[in-house]
Design a protein around this ligand. Structure first.
Ligand code: SAM
Length: 269
């Protein structure tokens, strides 16, 4: 964490993002737990699609010496940031087991095949707005899985996800603002921004912008089936007894009509 107070001029938007919305340890715990329970062994080859700063694949290669990782993202400057910051901070042995590829996630290459686990997290696949495009992406993921491999996605929904609203959350040294700026109920199109605000009053406006389609869980499970996955399971979060989630995700066939929720989907070919 920072020693000097953060300001819009000095703060690094990628770090602010990671601190505010990512928890790679919990994400990789989940992947390990679900895979081991399903297959009776640890997964070893993981691909992080839409990897951005490659936070989760860095956690993956740190975890076990047998683990190898591939991070895939289109955006060269973000991958450069990942190399200079997150990969540079890895022990050399772990770094040598992680490869970053600058490419579209729908165009797998030979090195990104034979995966035990493919991850598409933080709703990044919402970028695919048309059903056939999303289905093509899911098909390419299915084809890149090794026997026994699993596809992990997260999802967010609930009636508040369709609201135009801003949500502010205090982090150490700054405020994270999630701005649901537009939602169209006919197309499902949604525009969101992340802004950051600092204790000196300065702001980083639109540090990140998302043009998404808000997919629903039944649609996603249908598209996974159309893409040839034989089964998909929703992992729903338990209740902490105070109106919030407890961070423990379990397979469920029915959910609750929460105002907002985050869950995982795990799909198998
Ligand atoms: C919301 S960020 C996700 C960052 C990180 N994986 C996470 O879980 O928070 C979305 C990332 O997807 C990348 N992206 C968008 N469309 C893509 C595509 N078709 N192929 C590869 N990467 C893509 C963007 O460059 C961006 O870095």
């Amino acid at each position: 964490m920072p020693k000097k107070p953060l300001t819009a001029r000095t703060a690094d938007r990628h770090r602010l993002y990671e601190w505010a919305v990512q928890c790679p340890e919990a994400e990789i715990d989940f992947v390990d737990r679900v895979y081991r329970k399903a297959r009776g062994r640890h997964p070893a080859r993981l691909r992080e699609d839409f990897c951005g700063t490659a936070c989760s694949s860095c956690e993956w290669v740190k975890r076990r010496a047998a683990n190898t990782g591939i991070g895939v993202d289109l955006h060269a400057p973000t991958l450069r940031w990942a190399r200079l910051n997150n990969l540079a901070a890895l022990p050399e042995d772990a770094r040598s087991r992680l490869t970053l590829l600058q490419r579209d996630v729908r165009e797998p290459s030979s090195e990104s095949m034979g995966m035990d686990a493919v991850l598409a997290m933080n709703f990044s696949y919402f970028v695919f707005k048309r059903r056939e495009v999303l289905r093509d992406y899911f098909v390419s993921v299915r084809k890149s899985l090794a026997p026994g491999g699993l596809f992990f996605l997260d999802h967010y929904g609930g009636w508040e996800s369709m609201k135009v609203q801003k949500e502010r959350r205090r982090q150490r040294g700054y405020v994270y603002e999630w701005d649901q700026a537009q939602y169209d109920p006919i197309t499902g199109d949604k525009v969101c921004y992340i802004h950051f605000e600092f204790s000196d009053g300065s702001r980083m406006e639109r540090a990140f912008t998302y043009h998404w389609r808000l997919w629903t869980l039944p649609e996603l499970q249908e598209v996974l089936t159309e893409a040839g996955f034989s089964r998909s399971t929703v992992y729903w979060e338990g209740n902490d007894g105070k109106g919030g989630g407890d961070g423990v995700f379990k397979p469920r066939k029915r959910g609750e009509p929460d105002a907002s929720f985050i869950c995982y989907i795990v799909a198998e070919p």
